[in-house]
Design a protein around this ligand. Structure first.
Ligand code: COA
Length: 169
């Protein structure tokens, strides 16, 4: 079983729109944020990577990595430099709870910390998404604070580089 991350392209448009209709994907997305896939898949700003995870060449999920300090909408508000912030979901219900998300995250964490300046990875699950809280804690993320993002209560977690070095190396 091999999971690989590759850049999302406009060829993934229909799949990403289809995954957006899945209840478990809708449930994790704060305030009905509109991803505007058609436009976004055709631009490549320096502060972002949009990735598709493939299991033996079959697309199974999506990951976005941003630099929250320079991201243009300043979604994260006041945030330190040298961080990365993630969004992640698996598309099909049948692919949940099989350990695939864990491997996707491990690959993503490695990718983020390959950049020598990056000292922490942030994630902002809904306050109510207790399954995701457990998932991130297992991966070494620590609870930082509760934070309101556009009227939605979220928990902020961070995987610090020092923790990563202890756990993953
Ligand atoms: C969050 C998410 C990416 C996690 O991915 P996942 O592949 O389901 O996660 P894992 O399979 O690694 O772990 C989830 C559970 O499956 C269990 N599991 C892992 N491997 C397993 C296996 N081989 N057999 C049975 N269970 C397994 C884990 O123990 C874990 O149990 P828990 O829910 O009691 O903590 C995925 O659930 C998802 O896309 N959810 C919807 C979107 C979402 O919430 N995204 C996060 C927004 S911040």
């Amino acid at each position: 079983m091999t999971i690989k991350l590759r850049q999302a392209t406009i060829s993934d448009l229909e799949l990403l729109k289809y995954w957006d209709t899945k209840q478990h994907v809708i449930d994790c997305d704060p305030d009905d944020y509109e991803w505007d896939w058609e436009n976004e898949l055709q631009r490549d700003p320096e502060w972002r990577e949009q990735l598709i995870a493939e299991l033996d060449a079959r697309p199974i999920g999506f990951i976005q990595i941003i630099d929250p300090y320079i991201e243009e909408t300043h979604y994260w508000g006041k945030v330190q430099q040298n961080k990365r912030a993630l969004d992640i979901w698996i598309g099909e219900e049948k692919d949940l709870n099989k350990g695939l998300g864990t491997i996707m995250m491990q690959l993503t964490i490695e990718r983020c910390f390959k950049e020598p300046n990056v000292d922490g990875i942030l994630i902002d699950p809904l306050k109510t998404n207790t399954k995701a809280h457990r998932f991130y804690k297992r991966l070494g993320f620590e609870f930082i604070q509760e934070k309101d993002f556009n009227g939605t209560a979220c928990f902020v977690f961070e995987l610090k580089k020092a923790t990563y070095k202890n756990l993953y190396n």
